[in-house]
Design a protein around this ligand. Structure first.
Ligand SMILES: Nc1nc2c(c(=O)[nH]1)N=C([C@H](O)[C@@H](O)CO)CN2
Length: 118
């Protein structure tokens, strides 16, 4: 199993449970590992033979920028389902951080795995 990854993808969005959070945009930061097989692309150098991290990034940026979730849990789950359903990924690990949410902490958030490893 090979991995295509995206690290430190930062997107501004409306997220949070408090009234004041519904009035501002905050940064969420994604680290994403997606299982794939890179051998065909490595041999052919054909971008269509692999998982295009630019395409995944663009889709997620668009989705997150227009979303208005209360919880990071819900956003993480929805992101995972987009990757599994739209990009044919069979397993992923997603870290979704909300840096700045807890001033005394460097970062807070969730880490989830979805799908089956192969
Ligand atoms: N497990 C979670 N805990 C908290 C969340 C969350 O989304 N998941 N959200 C908040 C607030 O919105 C917080 O980010 C504001 O500081 C608190 N706890």
């Amino acid at each position: 199993m090979d991995i295509v990854y995206i690290k430190g993808l930062k997107v501004e969005t409306v997220i949070g449970i408090y009234d004041w959070e519904r009035e501002i945009r905050q940064t969420v930061c994604l680290d994403l590992k997606m299982a794939t097989d890179i051998q065909q692309a490595a041999a052919s150098e054909d971008i269509d033979s692999t998982l295009n991290y630019k395409s995944v990034s663009d889709r997620l940026i668009s989705f997150i920028e227009t979303s208005e979730f209360l919880l990071v849990e819900t956003m993480a789950e929805e992101i995972a389902q987009i990757i599994l359903n739209e990009f044919g990924v069979r397993w992923l690990k997603l870290k979704l951080g909300k840096p700045g949410a807890v001033p005394m902490a460097e970062d807070v958030g969730v880490i989830i795995e979805r799908g089956e490893r192969f």
